[in-house]
Design a protein around this ligand. Structure first.
Ligand SMILES: *[C@@H]1O[C@H](CO)[C@@H](O)[C@H](O)[C@H]1NC(C)=O
Ligand SMILES: *[C@@H]1O[C@H](CO)[C@@H](O)[C@H](O)[C@H]1NC(C)=O
Ligand SMILES: *[C@@H]1O[C@H](CO)[C@@H](O)[C@H](O)[C@H]1NC(C)=O
Ligand SMILES: *[C@@H]1O[C@H](CO)[C@@H](O)[C@H](O)[C@H]1NC(C)=O
Ligand SMILES: *[C@@H]1O[C@H](CO)[C@@H](O)[C@H](O)[C@H]1NC(C)=O
Ligand SMILES: CC(=O)N[C@H]1CO[C@H](CO)[C@@H](O)[C@@H]1O
Length: 489
């Protein structure tokens, strides 16, 4: 009997090994998030090719921008469309609007050979406590309206509505996953929501971040954030957890059980590791996270309570230099690839665990000319520097200058140049953006160091965001962040 078990086990392992023999099937099942809060976008056609070159088969978007979505037609890449939180009220109030949304953003793309859409993600982490309940009563009605409109347009069998939730919608208490339950202030609505998802055969989409647990808790055992052992296991009933991801996902499984939908499908909407803007955000730890995670996913081992294949969207494809940094400076550095589609560290998307393999870089990326905006060395009176640097950083991205970040070791003068240059590049090298009362000048000299990149702007046909309007929302946190920088002067 024991021998039979061993044989059976050996045969399964062999099967797994063959199934992943070339890795391409595994990578096809992997998804990535592609956000667009950037000063200049990579063209969608370049991104589609980047995904294909790396064998990645799924993408999750945060909106349904027509220019972006149509680039995926005929690509073989499955697309999850997004609806931003600020659309929830409109779509919950008006079924007509939901119908129009489906017509314009789904039906228009799904003709034969069109875009392969399987999910519409309604809202993005709409129940974060920081939203003060703004979306509590609009989310589910908006989801129902969109699903009904999908059904009536004949897409309902193939395309399902879901909603990406931050893992903070459930807590585990002290006793581990089995004490899991939805957060008190949203419990009733979450129960309605998951029962509805179950009734329409959709899935629960959850974002899980071991990095944030480490960032928020000084005492968090760092090895527990990764997948290569070394952490003291957490015991819970019959199970033992040696990594935070599994424990967190099983906390959700318990919460679903308690809500009466133990078998509701779970998809991981976001999981990843940032590379800059914090002492624990760097290429080395990101590489450790992704390689451990992808190897684990490729075994189809799952978690103790949800063994088997797991559908996952990595966060994120590219850095986003205009994301809000209210949660932390690392927010703009989640990309597996840099802003320009160059890989940052080795990642083996085939899940075979080849720890030295770099992903394929984006092809055909066009930069503006090789000019940089730097501090003007003729300036003797430094008193005007801090307010101008503050201005430059508030309206661009200086997150790489903070403590423990990639550009924190620059000398004082190069630090000023870094700030001026970011403002200049994020404004598409507009000469007006390199004046600063005569404190700055344009040069062709590249001041980058081994660890600190002075980026060049991308040539972009589609600068979709207005820098000024979107930055005002983050000025307070930028000011707090700059306060540290100005200790320099
Ligand atoms: C389709 O999606 C886009 C981008 O998310 C949005 O701006 C637009 O309002 C949507 N169309 C309709 C008719 O709602
Ligand atoms: C939530 O409430 C806090 C405190 O009252 C406030 O500072 C914050 O701006 C509110 N956030 C939103 C999104 O309304
Ligand atoms: C530097 O400039 C400031 C502001 O223009 C001025 O008040 C200050 O006197 C100047 N310092 C010197 C040494 O010139
Ligand atoms: C600037 O220098 C850095 C570091 O040496 C290098 O990686 C980067 O490609 C250079 N930029 C350009 C435009 O040559
Ligand atoms: C650079 O800043 C440090 C404080 O962080 C200060 O001690 C030093 O004098 C500054 N150097 C120059 C050249 O201003
Ligand atoms: C572009 C910019 O912010 N320039 C400022 C530089 O600092 C001086 C003194 O504070 C301001 O007058 C400029 O507006």
């Amino acid at each position: 009997m024991a021998r039979a078990m061993v044989l059976l086990w050996a045969c399964c392992m062999l099967f797994l090994a063959t199934a992943n023999a070339d890795g391409s099937n595994f990578a096809k099942g992997i998804g990535v998030n592609w956000g667009s809060q950037v000063s200049q976008n990579l063209p969608p056609s370049v991104v589609v090719q980047l995904l294909k070159d790396n064998g990645i088969g799924k993408v999750k978007l945060f909106d349904s921008d027509d220019w972006t979505v149509k680039a995926f037609a005929g690509s073989g890449i499955e697309v999850m469309l997004g609806i931003p939180n600020n659309e929830l009220k409109r779509l919950s109030d008006s079924y007509d609007d939901a119908q129009d949304w489906v017509k314009e953003n789904v039906t228009a793309h799904t003709r034969d050979g069109g875009v392969d859409i399987k999910y519409v993600a309604v809202g993005n982490e709409p129940f974060l406590t920081s939203y003060n309940g703004t979306n509590t009563h609009t989310l589910l009605p908006a989801m129902k309206n969109i699903q009904k409109a999908l059904d009536e347009a004949g897409h309902g069998d193939k395309i399902k509505v879901t909603t990406p939730q931050n893992a903070d919608v459930y807590d585990s208490g002290k006793g581990g996953p089995s004490e899991g339950n939805f957060r008190k202030d949203v419990r009733n609505i979450m129960i309605d929501l998951v029962r509805w998802l179950d009734s329409v055969n959709s899935a629960f989409l959850v974002n899980i971040y071991p990095f944030l647990s480490l960032y928020e808790n000084a005492g968090f055992p760092i090895d527990f954030a990764f997948f290569d052992g070394g952490a003291k296991p957490v015991k819970d009933k019959d199970h033992s957890y040696d990594n935070m991801f599994d424990a967190n996902l099983d906390t959700l499984v318990w919460s679903l059980k308690k809500a009466g939908v133990p078998d509701l499908k779970i998809i991981v909407g976001e999981a990843g590791w940032p590379t800059d803007g914090n002492i624990n955000a760097n290429n080395k730890l990101a590489r450790r996270f992704y390689n451990g995670f992808l190897k684990k996913l490729a075994t189809d081992k799952g978690t103790p309570l949800r063994p088997g294949h797991m559908e996952v969207y990595l966060f994120s494809l590219l850095d986003e230099n205009m994301k809000s940094i209210a949660p932390g400076a690392f927010e703009r550095h989640w990309g597996i690839f840099r802003y320009d589609g160059k890989p940052k560290f080795p990642v083996d998307f085939s899940g075979k665990g080849d720890d030295d393999k770099f992903p394929v870089a984006a092809k055909g990326v066009k930069y503006v000319t090789s000019f940089y905006c730097v501090f003007n060395k003729d300036v003797k009176n430094m008193s005007l520097v801090p307010p101008n640097m503050s201005y430059a950083c508030a309206l661009s991205d200086c997150t790489a200058l903070g403590d423990g970040s990639s550009c924190s070791k620059l000398d004082n003068i190069t630090t000023i140049s870094y700030a001026f240059n970011m403002y200049f590049q994020m404004n598409g090298q507009d000469v007006e953006a390199c004046v600063f009362n005569g404190l700055a000048t344009i040069t062709s000299t590249n001041l980058s160091t081994d660890s600190c990149l002075f980026p060049l702007a991308l040539q972009s046909a589609g600068t979709r965001l207005n820098i000024l309007s979107s930055i005002t929302a983050t000025t307070t946190s930028v000011a707090a962040f700059l306060f540290t920088l100005f200790a320099l002067f």
